[in-house]
Design a protein around this ligand. Structure first.
Ligand code: ADP
Length: 258
């Protein structure tokens, strides 16, 4: 609480009392805390791969490394870490763009059948690499208003997660259906699942259930924050149900007319 005060004085300059104003600044404080946390998180996320790239590059330069295998191994780590940096910077820019341009969605009539096709090719390849069974149950002929590029990002991020957090031989399902007022997109997997106490937090920036696992699969910890933002700018909702060890299901509802 922030307090400001002023004395109350009458005509003959007698002090009669004082006025105190109490401002509840807990919201401001919270926003400020979140901003500080965010900067600290970004710095940490950037520092980790840079330290590793620098360390391996220095070792490669200093040591007279005859072993071709080890050289290759180090170069691969450098490549992997710089790719991570690139994704992280891409996601950060994406997030700040969405925040700044909230009002500037490029709304178009989206025809789901053809709109979906372009993103599915990419996903199908990824799923195949992990021998996952990928099925889609997309109702024919759905149309609605939205920003096609941003919403494609939503589907891609959810699908990439489903693929990343599901072990070889598992199953990923994409469903699209409609109600009178909404388009309902569901991404379901038979993967590791999300513990109950983490379910409300996974949409926060940089929150991860298992940091090491997310890193290993190239995750930035920003994917779901971006998804939630895009969905909310479209006045939609996102929810998740999950069982640890069995799988997860993300449901996005978007109003057909904005
Ligand atoms: P990341 O880049 O780490 O995947 P996200 O913001 O996309 O970041 O997701 C946040 C966290 O939520 C992940 O680190 C992971 O722990 C959890 N998560 C997201 N999707 C799934 C899923 N389909 N199955 C299990 N866990 C998931």
């Amino acid at each position: 609480v922030e307090v400001t005060g002023a004395p109350v004085i009458n005509d003959v300059k007698d002090l009669k009392g004082a006025v105190l104003v109490f401002h509840d600044i807990s919201d401001l404080k919270r926003v400020e805390e979140m901003r500080k946390d965010f900067v600290a998180n970004v710095s940490h996320e950037l520092k980790t791969p840079i330290t590793s790239i620098r360390g391996f590059a220095e070792t490669l330069l200093e040591d007279d490394m005859a072993d071709e295998e080890i050289r290759k191994q180090f170069l691969n780590i450098i490549l992997k870490e710089s790719t991570r940096l690139q994704s992280l910077i891409h996601d950060l820019l994406e997030l700040s763009k969405i925040e700044k341009e909230e009002m500037k969605l490029s709304l178009k009539l989206i025809e789901v059948d053809s709109w979906m096709q372009s993103s599915l090719t990419l996903i199908e390849q990824q799923a195949q690499k992990k021998s996952l069974l990928f099925t889609k149950e997309v109702e024919r002929g759905i149309t609605f208003y939205g920003d096609p590029d941003r919403l494609q990002q939503v589907i891609l991020n959810l699908m990439y997660n489903a693929i990343n957090y599901t072990g070889e031989g598992g199953r990923v399902i994409l469903r699209v259906a409609e109600t009178q007022s909404d388009v309902v997109i569901e991404v379901e997997d038979t993967g590791v699942g999300i513990p109950e106490d983490a379910r409300s937090r996974i949409f926060e920036r940089f929150y991860r259930v298992d940091r090491a696992r997310s890193r290993n699969t190239g995750g930035t910890g920003l994917g779901l924050a971006i998804v939630k933002h895009i969905v909310e700018v479209h006045q939609g909702t996102i929810a998740v149900t999950s069982e640890v060890g069995k799988g997860s299901c993300f449901t996005v509802k978007l109003p057909k007319k904005l």
